[in-house]
Design a protein around this ligand. Structure first.
Ligand SMILES: Nc1ncnc2c1ncn2[C@@H]1O[C@H](COP(=O)(O)OP(=O)(O)O)[C@@H](O)[C@H]1O
Ligand SMILES: [Mg+2]
Length: 238
């Protein structure tokens, strides 16, 4: 593990009941990078995300975050250490307002003054949310809900932001906006990002490094530019 490694997953296996899901998965995300994990539906991407969060048990192998072995840590402890997930399927409360969702999402922020500052930062970065603070999250458009899921992770100032298919189900123009946000969070706010996606072209265009996962196994790992030029893009398995 180099000094620059933020999270290092080594030889992790997981299974659902007796069915193996992740098979000998090893993957590193470097500090300051966007690292994408590409794979088709059912490849095991969300299982990998849940394993990193400790919501699915790693069965063998290890996970180190900022140099500490977190393999046996609770989900709560991992989040407190600075891992946040933005996912359309985890986290937002549809019957609560955008503002309440952001306040509840900021569960690692304990000081009211700091929370107020963080909310202001979020309103500046996500003006679309500022204009909808009193709207119930369940009535937001798909793109707005995606922005809310990202904002409620970002408000905690994560050291590692994991984004689970942020572009899923969105219109092309909104997809472009989502990838612009990914780039800005990385380049402007210096957040290291693990970007889980099926949209390989767009994800690679904002990433330094990428992994291709197929049937629970890492099929390929390499520089984003190399993957963009590789046979995988001609003959996509995603
Ligand atoms: N809790 C679960 N119990 C049993 N099988 C599951 C569970 N969650 C996911 N799976 C199965 O594991 C496989 C990988 O799922 P997932 O990690 O969600 O894939 P992806 O996010 O790449 O689409 C799928 O075949 C899925 O049906
Ligand atoms: Mg998934």
């Amino acid at each position: 593990m180099s000094d620059n490694t933020l999270i290092s997953i080594k030889n992790v296996h997981t299974h659902y009941g007796r069915i193996p899901m992740l098979i000998d998965v090893s993957l590193d995300v470097h500090k300051g990078h966007v690292c994408c994990v590409l794979g088709a539906n059912g490849a095991g991407k969300s299982t990998l995300v849940k394993t990193i969060l400790g919501m699915v048990n790693a069965d063998g192998g290890s996970i180190a975050f900022e140099g500490q072995d977190i393999t046996d840590w609770s989900t709560h402890k991992r989040i407190a250490a600075g891992i946040q997930v933005a996912s359309a399927s985890i986290g937002t409360f549809p019957k609560m307002t955008v503002e309440t969702n952001l306040r509840l999402g900021a569960y690692t922020v304990h000081e009211p003054k700091v929370l107020a500052e963080r909310l202001e930062e979020i309103y500046e970065s996500f003006p679309i949310l500022k204009s909808r603070l009193q709207q119930k999250a369940g009535t937001l458009s798909g793109g707005e809900r995606t922005m809310l899921s990202i904002a409620r992770a970002v408000i905690n100032k994560p050291h590692l932001l994991i984004m689970d298919e942020p572009s899923l189900g969105l219109a092309p123009i909104i997809v472009d906006e989502v990838f612009r946000v990914v780039k800005r969070l990385n380049q402007h706010d210096n957040i290291s990002i693990m970007l889980v996606e099926q949209n390989a072209n767009k994800a690679l265009s904002v990433s330094q490094f990428g992994y291709i996962i197929q049937k629970g196994q890492i099929l390929f790992a390499g520089e984003a530019e190399a993957i963009l030029k590789s046979e995988f893009m001609q003959n996509p398995i995603m």
